[in-house]
Design a binder for this molecule. Structure first.
Ligand code: OSB
Ligand code: MG
Length: 377
């Protein structure tokens, strides 16, 4: 981590809710999404602006946070801690909201905006600030539960043709072994994994062990969203590596997961763990434990996507992430230049100051469904 971030003020903030239709419905074991509603945090102070994206969903299904809940927590608790406060660096501002329990996605959005602001003040990219070492990120794609097996195979074919380096399929009980078998048969050498979003219990161990046959690179979050003990029991009974997502919301969770052997791989999402700086800490701890990591996704707009690419430029992100190109999600992203996949299945890490992106103002205004201005009390 770069030590020298400037001390800046936050004199004004804006909370903006945008809605972007998804190019196709996204179905997981917890539900179907057809539109991405995202909450943006815009800050301004000392003549420099920054923007961050909150990844909370419309419903509290992936985690307990929601877009509406984050809006009120940001308005009433998190942003008042920094608005009008003495100049501070990003970590200093983050300490001022440490008293707020939970609400990691709301905190992460504010921290992202402050890192963007700091980067604009110094000319550094967020990747540089975090200590990134990579200029391009290997990308996988996360494919939702499809209406049929045939539709799944067709979707995979398209993404592989575009260059994606690995396929992740959402699964659930009854949509798992046959799925893996059919996909493996058709695409024998493709790096393949499943994500259950907590749809199983230890009673399903036979079903989960049956997946060992299909050479999966991992199975993501098979068991309960808040469990570490059962994941450890399961990991001891299956060969496929478990990757944790929902169960690790903090460094304390990660330490427990490593000590217990609850898995072998971590999906890191800055929103889930309270920011990019905490995410970088989790990355370091995984490195010490020998756990490879990859950058997860939350169907972000180009703003959050830029932050994900910066995070994924850290050295321990050795596996392709869910950092897919803009057109995998949206007809029109919010950026002047959407993220486009190169033929080798990579996306570039932005190199400009801060997040290194340019938001297209007209598109942003079109997508905005709610806007509020905040100033110091
Ligand atoms: O579990 O990783 C997940 C999307 C929304 C909520 C949870 C998850 C996901 C994805 C999509 O898998 C990742 C992406 O492409 O952004
Ligand atoms: Mg997941």
């Amino acid at each position: 981590m770069n030590g020298g971030l400037p001390r800046l003020r936050v004199e004004r903030a804006r909370l903006r809710v945008v809605e972007l239709p998804l190019v196709s419905p996204f179905t997981t074991s917890f539900g179907t999404q057809t539109v991405r509603r995202a909450l943006l945090v815009e800050v301004e102070g000392d003549g420099v602006a920054g923007v961050g994206e909150c990844v909370a969903g419309i419903d509290p299904a992936y985690s307990s946070e929601t877009c509406a809940g984050a809006l009120s927590t940001l308005r009433d608790h998190i942003l008042p801690s920094v608005l009008g406060a003495p100049p501070a660096d990003v970590a200093g501002h983050a300490r001022s909201w440490e008293w707020v329990r939970g609400h990691h996605m709301a905190k992460a959005a504010t921290e992202m905006a402050l890192l963007d602001q700091a980067g604009h003040a110094t000319g550094q990219s967020v990747s540089q600030i975090l200590g990134g070492v990579r200029s391009r990120i290997g990308c996988g794609v996360s494919i939702g539960i499809q209406p049929s097996l045939a539709a799944t195979l067709t979707a995979i074919e398209g993404y592989l043709a575009a260059g994606y380096q690995r396929i992740k399929l959402k699964c659930k009980p009854g949509y798992d072994v046959e799925l893996a078998q059919a996909v493996r048969q058709r695409f024998p050498g493709t790096p393949l994994m499943l994500d259950a979003n907590s749809a199983y219990s230890l009673q399903d161990v036979d079903q989960l062990r049956a997946l060992d046959e299909f050479d999966l690179t991992m199975i993501e979050q098979p068991l309960a969203h808040d469990d570490l003990i059962d994941h450890a029991t399961l990991q001891a009974q299956i060969e496929t590596s478990i990757c944790l997502d929902e169960s690790v919301e903090s460094l304390a969770d990660l330490r427990a997961a490593i000590a217990l052997g609850s898995g072998r791989i971590l999906n890191i999402k800055a929103g889930r763990v309270g920011g990019l700086l905490p995410a970088a800490q989790l990355h370091d701890t995984c490195g010490e434990a020998g756990w490879p990591v990859w950058c997860g996704g939350m169907l972000e707009t180009g703003i959050g996507r830029a932050a994900n690419l910066a995070l994924a430029s850290l050295p321990g992100f050795t596996l392709p992430g869910d950092t897919s190109a803009s057109d995998r999600y949206f007809e029109q992203d919010l950026l002047e230049q959407p993220f486009e996949l190169a033929a080798d299945g990579t996306l570039p890490v932005p190199t400009g100051p801060g997040l290194g992106i340019q938001v297209e103002q007209r598109r942003l205004d079109e997508a905005t469904v709610h806007l509020e201005e905040l100033s110091p009390k």
